[in-house]
Design a protein around this ligand. Sequence first.
Ligand SMILES: [Zn+2]
Length: 451
Amino acid sequence: MKQHLIVSALTVADFLQTHPRRIGAALAAVLMGSAGGAYAVATRTPVAAQPVHLVTEALEQLPVQEQVQALQAHHLTLYRNARVRASDTAHSLLERLGVADPDAAQFLRSNALTRQMLIGQAGRQVFAEAGEDGALRALHSTWLESGNAPQFKRLLVQRDASGQLQARVESGTPQRNQRLASGIVRSTLRAAADEAGVPDDVMRQVERIFEGNLDVQRALHKGDRFSLVYETLEADSGEELRAGRVLSAEIEHGGKQHQALWFAEKGKGGAYYTFDGQGLQRAYLSSPLRVPLKVTSGFGMRIHPVTGERKGHAGVDYGAPTGTPVYTVGAGAVEFAGVKSGYGKLVIVRHNDQKYETRYAHLSRIDVKQGETVSAGDLVGAVGATGVATGPHLHFEWRIDGEPVNPVGQLAFYRESAPLSAAGKKAFAAHASRMHVQLAAAKEIRTAEFE
Ligand SMILES: [Zn+2]
């Protein structure tokens, strides 16, 4: 059983306070002074491991109940977190959280809020505080209902003045933040990413960004490095709700540097470029999922030799669990987002090259609106089994001039030339120099941690 440490947002200001000598003064000044939002460093410091202030005065005059509480404050509080599993009972979840408290288990089982929002909500991260004796003091979990939900929700279980457990739900507005992270491959890339606190989803984006030039997953070996700047959506308490887009990335492989930078010209879907402004990516991603692909039904369009009728399977089906995020494979605009007969919940993206469209069907959830501009890799919804579907899967279609075409092994080779305009070039240069500084900072953080 693996206990995950919390990946917390350590702001650059915090970092500079705790590691005053470890960042170049000039770089620190630039980081602190530069515009563009708060920076944070991906670390593995538990959020809860903050200094605790103890009140110790006038203890003997306090009523018994308060004395007990004050005494408890001197005792160790254990902070742990775990992810909810589909098979979890109140008991098994608390056990993984290091809580041995039958009353608390009973509370989680019987309370309407915890039954609905905690037990069975696989994947949800839960934080618990327990006393040395294993008694639950407090528990909370924060989540987004969907990838683009305007508010996050937080379930709180706390003890009231009389020591009874109470549950309530609050909501808040997610904050967009940026994280810097870097790592050195010692065994595998995955281990290095874990060590640096970088979510899997971010590493998969990195793979996609460089896929035209480098097989990141296979090629990277011992001694290779990566530095990243990526967006996160966070709750007010700094918990990461989900990872957003990779804004810039640098990979040092076999002594050679590969760099990428996200840039969107005003009013257009963005793309990745090298730092000197060359388009880096192919126009389309090879697939709309970031999980290992399992084709459950291949493409099979045929035109009937006699009737001329089109028959068969107009797309490709990828088996994946309900809720698996689905991403548009290319930039464009959402032409349709809604329910369409056998397709169930469907998103159609009309790409920048108007001849091309892609369809994402049987979704359990739609995360875009009709008319919205999207870039390659943007979240459009989640895998489901709506419409005519025997089980959860993504039906993915690619059409050229309305005709279904097999996307497998072909889509990724289509290019769209989208050179920067004159105004775009100027904005790009300014953006690139800011990102250079951030990547440099990400690298220094790495060095500092391993001094
Ligand atoms: Zn299908």
